[in-house]
Design a protein around this ligand. Structure first.
Ligand SMILES: NC(=O)c1ccc[n+]([C@@H]2O[C@H](COP(=O)([O-])OP(=O)(O)OC[C@H]3O[C@@H](n4cnc5c(N)ncnc54)[C@H](OP(=O)(O)O)[C@@H]3O)[C@@H](O)[C@H]2O)c1
Length: 311
């Protein structure tokens, strides 16, 4: 019998965890993605894509597919799915873990301005610089667009996916996906004459912070948002290794080994699901076909060149 571990992904950690679990005897790792990114990076094991339909939908999915464990490895700023995961896991009685990378710690030479949210960042930004690099993703964008002082600045907005909203005339978009290098970030700050960086406290690779420190560039750092999971907050670990240790501690990977040809002997989650769920999870597929990186420059306004750290 194959035991399923559901990983709520969309992050480097989720991808690394799936890779570490894929191929373990008797275990199948299914990664769930929100389905917003057009070309997600390759993933080991089956992938399901699209929202579950809130807490109730996730509970229904857990009851239909019977994963032995759930690991919420979503981004620290993806608060809705994290809140839903904690509540749904409790209701469906699936042991669950939160894997969240630690935030960054300021170092000597950093010129950080910590703010609670995007609205506060938009309020302080014009006083800190005149050529901002905005790396806060789509979520906080409305707050920057609503702030008159920001709309007038020649903001360089770096994000993974194109932006649907109309942008102010001086703004330009740089479509790029990390990981970024310090060299690339240094070159970008210099070439674009960036004099203030805006970032969330995402943790992980700190190349942009290293480059900003070197250049003496001020950085506006948005605090992590609170997760609304009531009294259901999951136990949390900071690393993939710690998540693997937690999984090992649950003893789910001791089923008979796979066939010697490497084929998974058990039915996948889609096959195990009732017909209605099979229809719902039509996006369940094997990962691994997408290109490794999709790093492109998207000139909204007279902007050409190659993204820093592009591969
Ligand atoms: N927020 C960021 O800055 C950021 C950065 C990098 C990667 N990501 C990844 O992008 C995804 C979406 O981020 P977000 O900030 O929009 O999240 P969010 O606000 O917490 O989630 C919004 C909705 O998207 C669906 N969803 C989110 N993650 C999902 C997953 N892994 N599998 C299935 N459904 C998911 C859920 O829909 P239903 O309510 O219908 O279930 C959720 O309510 C997350 O998986 C996250 O790991 C986010």
């Amino acid at each position: 019998m194959t035991t399923t571990v559901l990983v709520l992904g969309g992050t480097t950690e989720g991808r690394e965890l799936a890779a570490a679990l894929d191929g373990r005897p008797g275990l199948q790792v299914v990664t769930s993605l929100a389905g917003r990114v057009q070309e997600p990076l390759p993933l080991a094991g089956p992938v399901r894509s699209g929202g579950f339909g809130g807490v109730d939908g996730l509970v229904a999915w857990l009851r239909a597919h019977h994963p032995a464990l759930l690991v919420d490895a979503t981004h620290p700023y993806a608060t809705r799915i994290t809140g839903a995961a904690a509540q749904a896991a409790a209701r469906a009685q699936v042991p669950a873990l939160r894997l969240a990378r630690p935030g960054w710690t300021p170092q000597v030479g950093d010129r950080w301005h910590r703010v609670p949210d995007a609205a506060a960042a938009a309020a302080v930004l014009p006083a800190l610089g005149s050529r901002p690099l905005l790396t806060t993703g789509h979520g906080g964008l409305p707050a920057f667009l609503a702030a008159d002082g920001c709309a007038r600045l020649p903001v360089l907005l770096r994000c993974v996916e194109p932006v649907a909203e109309p942008l102010p005339a001086p703004w330009r978009v740089l479509l790029a996906r990390g990981p970024f290098t310090v060299e690339g970030e240094r070159e970008l700050l210099h070439r674009e004459r960036i004099d203030v960086l805006v970032t969330r406290d995402s943790g992980g690779s700190a190349a942009k912070l290293d480059a900003a420190r070197e250049a003496g560039t001020p950085v506006v750092v948005l605090d992590r948002p609170r997760v609304a999971s009531g009294d259901r907050a999951l136990p949390q670990v900071p690393t993939v290794a710690a998540a693997l240790a937690w999984i090992d501690g649950r003893g789910v990977s001791c089923a008979p080994p796979r066939r010697s040809d490497g084929c998974d002997p058990g039915p996948g989650p889609a096959a195990q699901a009732p017909p209605g769920d099979r229809q719902r999870d039509r996006s369940l597929s094997r990962g691994g076909n997408a290109p490794m990186f999709r790093t492109i420059m998207h000139p909204v306004r007279h902007f050409h060149g190659r993204a820093p750290g592009a591969r």
